[in-house]
Design a protein around this ligand. Structure first.
Ligand code: BGC
Length: 254
């Protein structure tokens, strides 16, 4: 089955058709710049344009699609907006995207989607026990799996560190904004991961987000006492996870 997956990020909205039995993209990925301000209506317009690239009637394209949101999602409703326009609070994103695109839509937190994809096809494949994924991007996203079953909306990127929100100290974006070298940034990430580890005690920790492509630059600085591996699906994990959700084959994944 081929489902459309859409990943909504701070700078780009990316979509692709995904063969949900293999996790492979079917054809090209399409990216449209995230509108600014990224209000629900403006993002829905972009999602509709992406949806039109793989219309539901087309051969080999399932009608329903999945879409990520960088916030807590409960029953399709957006409940937090740490890094997104506050108009998203309380918005029924599933209904909004579904109406804009003219086809059924399911929505999921972006880190949860990336985790689903990594558990099914990537670094967490066949890994039982407690597996955590931490995405280091604009914010810090987390997803948690117990024997392959997702515990949704964990939001552990907002743990407190030095009296501040951890994502304001150690996200991927902070490295750019504060012009931190890999070592200095990795020290902050390590402190965050140690804090995380003391509270969650995962058996495996998968590091994702844009920086996972550059794992060789900072992984060796981490001292946290848990097995840490980079995500394998790179910036396609969100798309693949969203498509998995749409296919109904999201859980359990081990
Ligand atoms: C949000 C999370 C999201 C993460 C990554 C955080 O600020 O609260 O829901 O997963 O950013 O986008």
């Amino acid at each position: 089955m081929n489902h459309l997956g859409v990943d909504v990020g701070g700078s780009g909205v990316k979509g692709a058709l995904v063969d949900t039995s293999t996790g492979e993209l079917v054809g090209e990925r399409v990216r449209i710049a995230t509108p600014q301000p990224a209000t629900p209506g403006a993002v829905a317009g972009v999602v509709a344009s992406l949806s039109a690239c793989w219309p539901p009637g087309a051969e080999g394209v399932e009608p329903s699609f999945g879409c990520t949101v960088p916030g807590v999602v409960k029953g399709g409703l957006i409940r937090t907006a740490a890094n997104i326009d506050s108009q998203w609070l309380g918005c029924d994103a599933a209904a909004l995207y579904g109406e804009a695109a003219g086809r059924p839509c399911r929505v999921i937190n972006d880190a949860d989607a990336a985790g689903l994809a990594e558990m099914r096809f990537g670094a967490g494949k066949d890994r039982p026990g407690t597996v955590a994924m931490v995405t280091l991007g604009t914010g810090i996203g987390t997803s948690l799996f117990v024997d392959g079953m997702l515990v949704p909306n964990t939001e552990l990127g907002h743990l407190e560190m030095d009296g501040r929100d951890a994502e304001l100290l150690a996200s991927g974006a902070v490295r750019d904004v504060e012009h931190l070298g890999w070592k200095d940034w990795a020290k902050r990430v390590d402190r965050y991961l140690c804090h995380f580890n003391r509270l969650v005690w995962p058996d495996l920790l998968i590091l994702g987000g844009g920086v996972s492509r550059k794992a060789d630059k900072f992984l060796h600085y981490l001292k946290v006492e848990v097995e840490v591996v980079p995500a394998r699906l790179r910036n396609e994990a969100g798309i693949i996870g969203a498509a998995l959700l749409a296919s109904g084959a999201a859980a359990p994944v081990v």
